[in-house]
Design a protein around this ligand. Sequence first.
Ligand code: OSB
Ligand code: MG
Length: 367
Amino acid sequence: MKLKSFELRRISLPLVAPFRTSFGVQSEREVLLIRAESPDSEGWGECVAMSEPLYSSEYLAAAEDVIKSHLLPRLFAQSEITANSVAEILGPVRGHPMAKGAVEMAVLDAELKEAGTSFGSFLGAVRKSVDCGVSIGIADSIEELMETVDGYIAQGYRRIKLKIEPGWDYAPVKAVRERFGDIPLQVDANAAYSLADSRQLKKLDAFDLLLIEQPLPEEEVRAHAELAKIVSTPICLDESITSARAAADAIAMGACSIINIKAGRVGGYIEARRVHDVCDASGVPVWCGGMLETGIGRAANVALSALPNFKLPGDTSGSDRYYHRDITDPFVLKDGRLDVPEAPGIGVNIVKDILDEVTLSEEVITA
Ligand code: OSB
Ligand code: MG
């Protein structure tokens, strides 16, 4: 494919409710979107970097800068590119997986639209719909949390994930278990603990959780292996898994028995599929994480979630879990599931009027 131009568009969407994690409170989602244009096609990419570098070191303004200054010039230097070649062309630039992943996604969407192939069939989907879970932020009180969980269960979500941090762990998990019984339940600490907290984390063993996600810092893979010997709840890694190779290493070390896959965190959907394959070959089940995506990223995440080793419900919630109005036709839960889009590329329609309304800035970069 020949590249004509890339459009970089910053948008801001208010969240239906503030989302509190151990790394801060989010009440709006600022997102960088990329539109790749070729002579015969166009494709969309969503950069999952957040406004501030609190989940990982990447953040929106830095992603925008590295894309403009270092990534696009490398792509424009090629006379023809394929989505499969993007990661290698961008390889000399260290780090910035979310920025690279967004660029690759835009190119891949354009390429698949031209070929008439959906993301799902490109990636190897084996299901027409996927089981959905929901990620629930840290609440102001146990009573407020009970109401929130109750509402999501009523909407049909097939798994509940509670954000935890020191001071908000044992009591809320116990309360949810006692009130809602045997529901599929898991927790996510976003690296808020240290190995010295292992006695507190071990108390969660009483609640038969599906998993505990990323209790310790990103770099502390070995410490997760130590923790795994102490707690019986399965350890799942999110932040630490930055590539298929990192996944293979973490598994070999005994640091996790489940992996959360986020395409942006590993540099794109092609590497995400490799993470899936490495885990599958090791007997490690995976599930699809979320980054409060718009319908653009959600469409691709739902397609990815349809691969065979996605054995647990993902953080692929309905559009109304996040936004009053999404920039695509909304994803609506049916019996706790979302349908995998079947149209070419990401397979979801972008609502141009809404997109324009929420746009903060727009820049077109030409070869
Ligand atoms: O750690 O999974 C996480 C949101 C932003 C950044 C990190 C995480 C999350 C979530 C929400 O848990 C997932 C979602 O519903 O998109
Ligand atoms: Mg997480």
